[in-house]
Design a protein around this ligand. Structure first.
Ligand code: SAM
Length: 493
């Protein structure tokens, strides 16, 4: 049985011309909130529900842009237009065409934006703490949004200000967008088929979601981290960010998705991408991000049973986890002799070559080949650096010998940045009663990151020991194995 507000939403949804397949139910799942469930066996390719484009909520469909006029609208950046549109529609209560939808959206979130400093401390050295962007978001609110709210009293009624136009409501609507929006483009005629009412396979355009890691990565209206306005220029148009009623009721879990949203000229279809047995949850995908990003963006983590634990005793993981290492740490560990101008010049040279300032360890590439590249670069003489700059090619490093020794020191120093031991964290995860609490989720995030570092350390130590054994037998150092070569992966950031 779902809540009264969800029942009201379902009525609104049907009355708006949407359709819902009789085999699709909505129910509450422990620790996950509402989600969709198969009431009967559902076959692959079944249209689970259809959402008319007219009920999407975006800056294209909401009236606020026209009401404010170009001059005031153009002062808003990133998601601010959509956030304000949602605040405005919220303030219209029953007069809003989206009232049946908005009244059922959450107002409480466990995303990192809403965590206290004490709770954030539990993430220890996870770099996700630098990506929340709360201070920058609040600065934007005070400098750009609040003056508009105060100036346009004809639109934003002063009597409603303390209820609907507060910083808190700004955060709430920002988080609604962050955790629930989809990227939906306008329909272009070249997509049209002869008979648009019968969608055919080639006309199904997968709807890219704003949850996609490559799409606009924003915290409540501004680029990630909140520092760089230019970052918006190479991301999606804020007008393509859409709230899609019903589609946003679907939960997601690593590797489980069995439904996907497609668009047509006048409507969007959620379609089963697999057979779904009765009783099973209908899962969308959020792009299978690492737990740190899930927590930042959605407020939950993925806990997937580990079949063959390589490290640790707590039998769950998120296979998509990552741990980031900042180039600063690599410089500190590998070039302690470089100071002042010399250090700055070497950093500039690295960046000129297009080198990354952050390195990512994940399960595909625990040793992180790009990290070996920078360590090789840091070991170069001035002349070698000049030659490399001339060739304009990033150096590549093999996971052997001195380079790997250097990397091993970096992995160890990175692990030291976390305050507690992996074993203690795993025991804490076992002992904690509430497996959905913020504390549990924070400890799980730092555990996943430490496990990756431990994995890198073990791999590096094994290789170095083998090399030493071979050398002591008088053999040449071992070559990279094929699987190590295959594990090379592009740096993601
Ligand atoms: C798009 S909404 C899905 C609907 C949501 N459960 C609701 O009750 O409205 C995304 C939110 O659902 C929750 N969620 C989705 N997948 C989850 C999962 N695997 N585990 C826990 N919570 C999940 C998170 O709170 C997330 O921010």
């Amino acid at each position: 049985m779902v809540s009264e507000s969800t029942q009201e939403f379902l009525k609104w949804f049907r009355d708006s011309g949407a359709t819902l397949h009789p085999a699709v139910g909505i129910k509450d799942f422990e620790g996950v909130g509402r989600g969709a469930v198969a009431l009967h066996d559902i076959q692959k390719d079944t249209v689970l529900f259809t959402v008319p484009r007219s009920i999407l909520l975006s800056t294209r469909t909401a009236p606020l842009r026209d009401i404010l006029g170009d001059e005031d609208w153009s002062t808003l950046k990133g998601w601010e237009g959509l956030i304000l549109s949602m605040m405005y529609e919220d303030s219209r209560v029953k007069d809003s065409p989206w009232s049946g939808y908005l009244q059922d959206l959450p107002t409480k979130f466990d995303t990192l934006m809403f965590w206290t400093d004490e709770e954030l401390e539990q993430l220890q050295a996870s770099t996700v703490r630098d990506k929340i962007g709360k201070a920058a978001t609040e600065k934007d609110f005070h400098e750009r949004v609040l003056p508009l709210l105060q100036r346009r009293t004809d639109v934003f009624e002063p009597a409603l200000r303390d209820t609907f136009f507060t910083l808190e409501r700004f955060h709430i609507n920002g988080s609604r967008i962050l955790s629930r929006s989809f990227h939906v483009e306008e329909w272009h005629d070249e997509h049209a088929s002869d008979d648009e009412s019968i969608p055919s396979e080639p006309d199904h355009k997968p709807v890219e979601m704003s949850r996609d890691p490559d799409a606009m990565d924003t915290d409540e209206g501004r680029p990630e981290g909140g520092e760089d306005d230019d970052a918006e220029s190479d991301t999606e148009s804020p007008d393509d960010v859409n709230m899609v009623p019903m589609a946003d009721i679907l939960n997601a879990r690593y590797g489980c998705h069995n439904a996907k949203l497609f668009y047509e000229k006048d409507h969007l279809n959620m379609i089963a991408t697999k057979d779904i047995p009765a009783g099973e949850q209908i899962w969308n995908t959020y792009g299978d991000p690492p737990n740190a990003d899930l927590l930042r963006q959605y407020g939950h983590i993925d806990r997937i049973p580990i079949l063959n634990p390589e490290v640790g005793v707590y039998p769950f993981e998120n296979p998509a986890d990552e741990v980031e290492i900042r180039a600063d740490l690599v410089f500190d560990v590998c070039t302690p002799h470089l100071h002042g101008k010399e250090r700055t010049r070497r950093i500039d040279d690295w960046l000129t070559l297009g080198g990354e300032d952050t390195f990512v360890i994940d399960n595909d590439d625990p040793l992180c080949k790009p990290l070996l590249g920078i360590i090789k670069f840091l070991g170069m003489s001035e002349q070698e650096v000049d030659d490399t700059l001339q060739k304009d090619k990033l150096p590549k490093g093999k996971p052997t010998g001195e380079l790997l020794e250097g990397a091993l020191q970096v992995y160890k120093q990175r692990l030291n940045q976390y305050g507690t031991a992996l074993e203690a964290d795993e025991q804490m995860l076992i002992d904690l009663q509430d497996k959905y609490s913020r504390l549990h989720n924070a400890v799980f995030v730092r555990t996943g990151e430490k496990r990756l570092l431990r994995k890198a350390i073990r791999q590096a130590e094994t290789i170095l020991q083998q090399e030493k054994a071979q050398q002591s037998k008088g053999k040449r150092p071992r070559e990279e194995t094929k699987s190590e070569k295959r594990s090379t992966k592009k740096v993601k950031r």
